[in-house]
Design a protein around this ligand. Structure first.
Ligand SMILES: [Zn+2]
Length: 271
């Protein structure tokens, strides 16, 4: 994105690979708000470059690490269920969010093992998410914890400089919109997303926040993805984004989705 300002009618707003350049007027002709149209198009394009965690773990020789993190997730979920039962109240939800924040950061840190990125060493970003899902007969536990990492792969799933960037946050969001595992279906509310990476200046705004906070593409998806936000209600403006520096666990911050654009000097469509 070179221009995040909605309403920039008539000029080029998007030069990303695989994403059609669209004006606000064109988006309106297609019957969608501009940012929703851009985010949907970007999601459709990037999905082809996704690779499952299992496939990545095998290619990277990290299957043991994957099982270790899955075991940690199973333990945290069991603990939460024991405390809240299958129908947590709002108070219990808030308790759970506070209770697992540091565990989510540890999982996000561990998930950096599943990055696939061409650089040596790779630019590693891990993510972990706490969410609620509808319970069913097979699994009466409403608590979901998912971890993932960033990838930059080409269509042959090789990590190359011309691969397509898929951030840890984006890979997490695809796990909701296009689940590949029955344990990740039916998610109706995301409470927290934790992200751990090396802090660096934002590609678009140039701003540095002490931790690696969501990039422009992720900021937009967190606010405008019609499958997740708005009426879908899965990610809200109050969803918590917890970030930590991979180099210094004492460098942390917690931001609500509502504030991500403003932190980068950007306006949202509804501002
Ligand atoms: Zn991103």
């Amino acid at each position: 994105m070179t221009d995040n300002e909605p309403g920039g009618q008539g000029h080029e707003v998007n030069k990303e690979k695989g994403i059609e350049i669209m004006t606000v007027a064109e988006a309106e002709r297609r019957g969608r708000p501009y940012m929703e149209a851009i985010v949907s198009e970007r999601n459709d394009f990037k999905r082809r470059y996704r690779e499952s965690l299992q496939d990545r773990a095998e290619k990277l020789g990290e299957v043991e690490k994957l099982r270790e993190l899955e075991q940690q997730v199973a333990e945290i979920r069991a603990l939460l269920l024991a405390r809240t039962g299958p129908n947590p109240t709002q108070l219990q939800i808030e308790w759970a969010q506070n209770e697992v924040r540091s565990e989510l950061l540890k999982l996000a840190h561990g998930a950096r093992a599943f990055t696939r990125h061409h650089r040596v060493p790779p630019f590693r970003v891990g993510g972990a998410m706490l969410a609620l899902r509808k319970v069913n007969e097979a699994d009466g536990n409403p608590w979901v914890i998912i971890f993932d990492a960033n990838t930059k792969l080409n269509e042959q799933h090789e990590a190359t400089p011309d691969g397509v960037k898929c951030c840890a946050e984006q890979n997490l969001m695809y796990r909701i919109t296009e689940p590949t595992n029955p344990g990740e279906t039916g998610i109706y509310r995301v409470l927290s997303i934790a992200v751990v990476g090396e802090p660096r200046a934002d590609d678009v705004s140039g701003m540095l926040h002490g931790t690696l906070t969501p990039c422009a593409e992720c900021r937009d998806r967190l606010v405008y993805d019609p499958k997740l936000t708005g009426k879908a209600g899965i990610i809200s403006l109050q969803t918590e984004i917890v970030t930590q520096s991979a180099d210094d666990v004492d460098l942390n911050r917690v931001d609500e989705v509502e504030h991500l654009h403003g932190m980068h000097g950007e306006k949202r469509e509804d501002d």
